[in-house]
Design a protein around this ligand. Structure first.
Ligand SMILES: Cc1cc2nc3c(=O)[nH]c(=O)nc-3n(C[C@H](O)[C@H](O)[C@H](O)COP(=O)(O)OP(=O)(O)OC[C@H]3O[C@@H](n4cnc5c(N)ncnc54)[C@H](O)[C@@H]3O)c2cc1C
Length: 398
């Protein structure tokens, strides 16, 4: 089998990249280790930055997103039983975010790809990338019970944190930056209308809580729990009780309960693999970086990476110049590190570390008060939350 771009992984990064290349007249093959059902139902991200929405629309995946996505013009910060709303458009010159589940983004992109795109092979597990530093990289993979080889001009590893692509980058050229956090998130899906029409980020002495949503009738809620916690040990009653305590306000706001349809625990990690390119192998999305979910940046970063790659390869096709491909890693990493910083800040602002001192607790409150009373501090949060520019220099002053 032969193609111009071999894409490993059909998460949001790989699927969107296949569309962007298709639209640019560049052929690709996507290899996905799992089956379609699994990819379409894996519950994960839900907040799309304005730039992500614009890219999905331009790629032809905007129709259902525009119909069913929920535009959000702000978030609420909750601390000391008080509420503070951050108004995104007022602080950022009109930017907002959209709530539309990653599962739906994947379904839309898969349908487009199968309708008129290049091959998308499910249950095709990449085993190894060979010859990344040559002009003819290859992906060895297993599909339908036998091994095969995909010959490519370029390989893009969109295979997530547990993928194989980045193993092809020699260890002596690699630097890894990481941090794990001494707590995790217990996430639930519940068949009940969201109790608030925007996301609520709560900082509480007992730990962090987040109210989010998937649709007007499905709530997504998270609780900070101890690292390694077992979701099944939490009864539904315990979960609702703990959420109620952490979201409690002095004005009598109420959290509506409903049947819990799914529970899972997510570890919290920050991770960056540098560089994001080696020869003709490029890494995109979670294959190269992980952020704790507090800042809602993971999927959006993945989109930024593949947009940068698709633009760079299109530029090469049109001009013959490799300049933008050469700049790929540095261009992406500028944005990645801004998202790492923001996700780290949001996480440490809102969570209670097991060894936190009363002094640190007071500092968190002082930082939250600062956001609630200083337009500059609030603007910094709003700009980062609604998204950093894709493949520019990062200077937003215009
Ligand atoms: C609970 C949770 C909540 C989150 N909330 C948000 C949020 O609100 N906003 C946000 O932006 N982000 C969020 N994220 C992060 C976001 O889901 C990820 O950043 C995003 O999925 C990254 O997309 P990706 O395509 O890079 O990787 P993935 O989605 O991990 O896709 C990688 C794909 O590669 C496949 N694969 C792996 N190995 C191989 C192989 N050897 N061969 C072939 N295929 C392979 C996998 O099966 C998978 O389909 C959240 C994550 C979690 C866990």
């Amino acid at each position: 089998m032969r193609t111009t771009v071999g894409i490993i992984g059909a998460g949001p990064a790989g699927l969107l990249l296949a569309r962007l290349l298709h639209d640019a007249g560049i052929d690709s093959v996507v290899l996905e280790g799992r089956d379609r059902e699994y990819v379409e139902h894996r519950q994960r991200a839900g907040i799309l930055e304005q730039g992500t929405v614009d890219v999905l629309r331009a790629a032809g995946a905007g129709e259902r997103l525009d119909r069913e996505g929920l535009r959000h013009d702000g978030i609420e910060l909750r601390f000391d039983r008080k509420r503070h709303r951050v108004d995104f458009p007022a602080l950022t010159g009109g930017r907002s975010v959209t709530v539309y589940a990653q599962t739906e983004v994947c379904k839309d992109l898969i349908a487009l790809q199968l309708a008129d795109g290049g091959p998308l092979l499910f249950e095709a597990e990449a085993l190894e990338v060979e010859g990344a530093d040559t002009d003819h990289p290859r992906v060895r993979f297993r599909h339908a019970g036998r091994e095969d080889v995909l010959d490519c001009d370029y390989v893009v590893g969109c295979d997530g944190f547990w993928g194989v692509a980045r193993n092809a980058i020699p260890a002596e050229l690699t630097r890894v930056f990481e941090r794990s956090y001494p707590y995790a998130w217990l996430g639930i899906l519940a068949d009940v209308a969201p109790s608030h029409d925007e996301l609520v980020y709560a900082r509480h002495e007992r730990g962090f809580a987040l109210l989010s949503m998937r649709s007007p009738s499905v709530s997504r809620l998270y609780l900070q729990v101890e690292e390694g916690a077992d979701a099944e040990k939490w009864s539904d009653d315990d979960i609702w009780g703990e959420l109620e305590r952490r979201f409690e306000t002095e004005d009598g706001w109420r959290l509506e309960r409903g049947p819990i349809t799914q529970k899972s625990v997510t570890p919290m990690r920050s991770y960056v693999h540098e560089p994001m390119r080696y020869g003709r192998l490029f890494l995109a999305g979670d294959a190269a970086h992980i952020v704790p979910p507090t800042g809602a940046k993971g999927l959006n970063l993945a989109v930024g990476d593949v947009v940068t790659f698709a633009r760079a390869l299109t530029y090469k096709k049109e001009t013959g110049s490799e300049e933008r491909l050469d700049a790929y890693s540095a261009t992406c990493l500028r944005r990645v590190w801004q998202a790492e910083r923001f996700s780290y800040d949001m996480t440490s602002l809102l969570h209670r570390a097991p060894d936190a001192t009363p002094f640190e607790g007071r500092l968190q409150l002082a930082r939250l008060e600062r956001i609630a009373t200083s337009r500059a501090a609030e603007t910094d949060l709003a700009e980062a939350y609604t998204g950093f520019p894709f493949d520019e220099q990062g200077d937003e002053r215009g």
